[in-house]
Design a protein around this ligand. Structure first.
Ligand code: GP0
Length: 796
């Protein structure tokens, strides 16, 4: 039972306060956005009215992530607090609709995509399961850029999200930290050193409450913001000792000014390395302080703390903890190593080589001289281990070294140090062992494991799809969000007329809402009876939005040639951003927009074939698209998508997956059964075969007239406005190299699309499959992921 009752009085106080602030006599005069401030502030007070948990005797999870893509919080937190209905009624008294008020909230974009959203789902699940945890991230001034289209071209603008006015955060002045950079190392005695940084920066803590689902748990997401240290030394500065080597001026606040907009790609800039260290240093200091404040002994650190590294971005926490233990707490190397190698665990999110972080050794050494020394020692000690395992073998060492060729390889540092390394879907974890880290696996056979990703059903079903949630509540008579496996209970209703009717109506209702959104943003009236075929995710070649596009063009051409051919109407929905410097991905976006223009303006295509590219993809937009989807495009080249998580959200909300055997699609297929998913394309094995045989994309282009004419369409007529070179980047990549086998999978993809068109005609059978998708995907709750982390990683 909830300890504190929803108190009308606490909202009344906030209303009074804002009457003064806004200079109005009564709340009747509040605008929607003013109501939003009242609602958020009142809800925040309710969250903090929940007493802090007693110190648990279990391991505390410290989840370190450069990104937390939290989405709007007010509605979600009210729901988790159990006060949504009361808050709704409170506003209704003033004639105000809560959903309209919630739409006023900014959507903080403190992450790029899957990795950051996963971190947010995990926070929700840890709180909801009562797993003591703190999320540690950065308080960026600018989140991921905003996206607009100008003549089809992506234009970026700064995401000024107003971090200083955001009602859900509070500055926690008790937790300020100091972080050093540059400078030199002073030897004290053998193996003892003191680091004398050239510059110190302040890290200020901004806390957001993470509210567990109706269980009286609230725990922090702590975001660090950089500021000039009060003790900033102008003397040192004037002496020119500033960062010693390059005398460059660093504006402290710049450190947390902006989120790097790269996804599945390393950036490599100095400022990014500084960001990473800043994040790690603040977090490690905070964890240590909390550990000691709770009365634990330093030597029990690993017993009470685990530090989960979300990808390699927070790897510097490893040498930082070593440094603090060695230099500040005077532990021996072996003692410090014992603690570190039992504290850290690493989650790998990608096999793409361009995403594996490596830092220039000189830069590293200049910014973090003491850390470099520590990493160098870890590397040398590990080399001895490798020699005892494999003998002196330069080829093997070349792969396993942490320091090599003047680079610091972060993934290798993680694998060597961490007590567990996990991938994010079964196929990905398998490939991690067989393809990326086979030699490491030989040395550390028990280190590797899998934890398949998940999504929080609180946000992605209960909040995003209230009508479906209501149906599930009435049908199952339990709170299925707490144990999503209970969705299995829906399976018995798959033939139930009443249930089927409602399920179908809900999808139709959600499609109508999305159609209104499309009308409002794009001015496009869509056919609500068409198949809503959705591809929403970052733009990346490996995700193959251009495969989808080629099929759209080919279909358009067929419909032009043969207007009476049997065809099930389609609406193709795209949304997603490309990194600002990723020209090929931006070229694909441009091509989709231009093709959309042509098709949407062709009156013969009206209600038959339409393309809607919604700009500025973000969590709140995903919440509108996902419940309305009929088909979920998960079409990466097999072996490249670590897991995917949008695939889970869409399928749970009753979209059928059109996918390759990649990432979590493999497990989705196992759960729903082959009849309830549309699989196509090369598998990991057949990709391998094709590539060893020698892949020649041009041959596919020349030998397949449908494919050829689809590609050629992009160099002709209205699509490129007479500029043949407009989509050259994309076309050359496809025909000359095609690293992700778009052309090799084209035929199989088109056939799968035709099967979908056929299948949709049998509306009863289609509905059957949708319901089974909802019923059978309970394992993709992030609660299950967190339980797996507990059992396979954290409890060890
Ligand atoms: C992986 F390496 N992912 C990265 C990265 O830099 N950013 C990122 O979002 C994603 C994977 O691509 C994923 O397959 C996965 O599900 C997600 O991390 C969470 O594990 C697609 O969302």
């Amino acid at each position: 039972m909830l300890q504190n009752q929803f108190s009308q009085a606490s909202f009344d106080i906030v209303v009074q306060k804002y009457c003064r602030y806004f200079d109005v006599d009564s709340a009747e005069q509040f605008s929607l956005s003013q109501w939003y401030q009242v609602l958020a502030e009142g809800s925040l007070a309710l969250a903090y009215a929940i007493p802090a948990q007693k110190k648990a005797d279990t391991r505390h999870v410290n989840y370190l992530s450069m990104e937390f893509l939290i989405g709007r919080l007010t509605g979600n937190n009210l729901m988790n607090l159990g006060y949504y209905q009361q808050a709704k009624a409170y506003l209704a008294n003033y004639g105000v609709e809560i959903v309209d008020v919630l739409e006023q909230e900014r959507d903080p974009a403190l992450g790029n995509g899957g990795l950051g959203r996963l971190a947010a789902c995990f926070l929700d699940s840890m709180a909801s399961l009562g797993q003591p945890a703190t999320g540690y991230g950065l308080h960026y001034q600018y989140g991921l850029f905003k996206q607009a289209f100008e003549n089809g071209v992506q234009k970026e603008s700064a995401d000024f999200w107003g971090r200083n006015d955001y009602p859900w955060q509070s500055h926690n002045p008790a937790k300020t930290q100091l972080v050093g950079f540059g400078g030199k190392i002073q030897p004290i005695k053998d193996d003892k050193y003191e680091w004398q940084p050239a510059l110190t920066i302040q890290g200020k803590a901004y806390d957001l409450p993470v509210v567990g689902y109706q269980n009286n748990v609230v725990q922090p997401l702590r975001l660090w913001q950089a500021d000039n240290d009060q003790t900033f030394s102008f003397e040192k500065f004037n002496d020119g000792k500033f960062l010693l080597a390059d005398k460059e001026i660093v504006n402290a606040a710049a450190l947390t000014q902006v989120l790097y907009p790269n996804d599945n790609h390393k950036a490599g800039q100095k400022l990014r390395l500084m960001q990473q260290y800043f994040h790690c240093a603040c977090s490690v200091a905070d964890i240590l302080a909390r550990h000691l404040a709770q009365g634990h002994r330093l030597q029990d650190f690993a017993k009470y703390q685990v530090i989960q590294l979300n990808d390699t971005h927070p790897t510097l926490a490893i040498p930082e903890l070593m440094r603090v233990l060695l230099d500040d707490y005077d532990l021996s190397w072996d003692q410090a190593w014992e603690i570190c190698s039992n504290t850290f665990a690493y989650t790998n999110h990608t096999l793409l080589p361009e995403a594996l972080e490596q830092w220039d050794q000189r830069l590293f050494k200049q910014l973090l001289p003491r850390h470099f020394q520590i990493v160098d020692k870890i590397n040398r000690l590990f080399q001895q281990k490798v020699r005892s395992e494999f003998g002196k073998n330069p080829q093997i060492w070349e792969k396993l070294a942490i320091l090599f060729d003047y680079r610091v390889r972060m993934a290798n540092l993680c694998v060597v140090t961490c007590f567990k390394v996990n991938g994010v879907a079964q196929i990905h974890s398998d490939l991690l062992v067989t393809d990326l880290f086979p030699e490491y696996h030989k040395i550390f056979p028990t280190k590797f494991c899998n934890v398949t990703n998940g999504i929080t059903p609180r946000r992605w079903i209960r909040q995003a799809n209230p009508k479906l949630s209501d149906l599930l509540d009435r049908t199952l008579q339990t709170d299925w969000t707490k144990n999503l496996e209970q969705l299995q209970g829906v399976e018995k209703y798959v033939e139930d007329y009443g249930f089927r009717t409602e399920y179908r109506q809900i999808k139709q209702h959600n499609k109508a809402i999305l159609s209104a959104e499309i009308k409002q943003t794009l001015g496009l009236s869509v056919n609500e009876d068409a198949i809503f075929d959705v591809q929403i995710k970052r733009f990346h070649e490996y995700k193959r939005q251009h495969l989808n596009l080629l099929n759209i063009i080919a279909t358009y051409q067929q419909l032009k040639d043969n207007p009476n051919m049997p065809f099930t109407p389609r609406l193709f929905v795209f949304s997603g951003k490309a990194a600002p410097g990723y020209y090929l991905a931006k070229n694909i976006i441009h091509a989709i927009n231009n093709v959309a223009q042509v098709i949407n303006h062709d009156k013969h295509m009206k209600d038959k074939l339409q393309v809607a590219f919604l700009p500025d993809y973000r969590v709140s937009l995903a919440e509108k698209i996902i419940p309305a989807a009929d088909v979920s495009e998960q079409i990466s080249m097999a072996g490249k998508e670590a897991s995917g998580t949008g695939n889970m959200k869409l399928a749970l909300n009753g979209a059928l997956t059109l996918g390759t055997l990649d990432g979590a699609n493999v497990e989705i297929a196992q759960m729903v059964g082959a009849e309830n998913i549309f699989l196509f394309g090369h598998t990991v094995e057949s990709v391998r075969e094709l590539l060893t045989q020698g892949y020649d994309p041009k041959a596919y282009y020349q030998q397949n007239p449908v494919l050829k004419s689809a590609v050629d369409f992009l160099t002709k007529g209205a699509v490129c406005q007479g500029n043949k070179a407009m989509f050259k980047l994309m076309i050359d990549s496809l025909i000359e190299r095609d690293p992700f086998l778009v052309l090799a999978d084209f035929d199989s993809y088109m056939v799968a699309q035709q099967r979908i068109g056929q299948a949709y005609l049998d509306r009863e059978a289609w509905l059957h499959s949708c319901i089974l998708n909802t019923a059978r995907l309970g394992m993709f709750s992030s609660d299950r992921s967190i339980r797996d982390y507990q059992q396979r990683i954290w409890l060890k």
